[in-house]
Design a protein around this ligand. Structure first.
Ligand SMILES: Cc1cc2nc3c(=O)[nH]c(=O)nc-3n(C[C@H](O)[C@H](O)[C@H](O)COP(=O)(O)O)c2cc1C
Length: 228
């Protein structure tokens, strides 16, 4: 074969192989580029997700901080244990300290007989100056928010609650009344409390039955705007 023809064939082969290698390299590059772009967009999607989770967590924290920022106390009087049950639930849900208002003279069953005009409880409720004594010392100074609990007696607060208001300065504090009753609402007692000390930041209170669930109590607490 002519030498020139052989060289020509070799040159053509080299060109074909070169073009092939070039084409393969470009293809790989294109695939790599596509993968890198996909990875980048996945990373950016993840970042977006993380930042939206972060925002959600921040919102969650902000909500929690409303109750965590303020020191709260559940302060209650309970003659037969019903209000005490609700008080304990509120303390647990709000992570508050809890203090019972303990009467110096415990109320007996006869004392609590509302069918007897001369029972101790009835006589106290009919006496505007009655202020039953309290056995324990109550720390209110350390708290910004006080959940104040009592049973309804003849439509309003037992007189021992007024003893608390006489002996402890709650002015400027946020006080949230709650009560239990045989059916009466809290509104008359709220009006009485507001006019007894108008320097307290009273929040609208709530009447509970003794069997109120934790979730119902939580909904009430979440609906309170304690910072206002
Ligand atoms: C002297 C007295 C008066 C009461 N007056 C009312 C009333 O006016 N309306 C009502 O619904 N329940 C009334 N009750 C029922 C209590 O409010 C109810 O049993 C309450 O849940 C008791 O709470 P405690 O177990 O924490 O003391 C009265 C109870 C007593 C002892």
């Amino acid at each position: 074969m002519n030498k020139k023809i052989i060289i020509g064939i070799i040159v053509v082969l080299l060109i074909v192989v070169g073009v092939g290698i070039f084409a393969l390299t470009r293809n790989n590059e294109r695939e790599n580029h596509a993968e890198t772009t996909k990875e980048n967009s996945e990373i950016s999607e993840n970042n977006n997700l993380q930042s939206s989770n972060h925002e959600q967590n921040n919102n969650g924290n902000e909500n929690n901080e409303v109750s965590n920022d303020l020191n709260s106390l559940v302060l209650y009087f309970s003659a037969t244990g019903t209000t005490e049950g609700i008080a304990k639930q509120i303390a647990e849900i709000t992570n508050s300290d809890i203090t019972e208002i303990i009467p110096k003279e415990e109320y007996t069953t006869e004392d609590l007989n509302y069918n007897n005009d001369d029972s101790r409880a009835n006589m106290e409720q009919n006496d505007t100056s009655a202020r039953p004594e309290i056995a324990n010392t109550i720390n209110v100074e350390d708290y910004d928010v006080i959940y104040l609990g009592y049973p309804i007696w003849w439509g309003t607060v037992p007189k021992i609650i007024l003893t608390v208001l006489d002996n402890y300065d709650l002015s400027g504090k946020t006080v949230i009344p709650f009560c239990t009753s045989g059916g009466s609402g809290i509104s008359q007692s709220m009006n009485d409390l507001k006019s007894y000390n108008s320097n307290i930041n009273w929040k609208d209170g709530q009447r509970f039955s003794g069997s109120t669930s934790n979730s119902n109590i939580s909904s009430w607490i979440n609906g309170l705007d304690i910072n206002e």
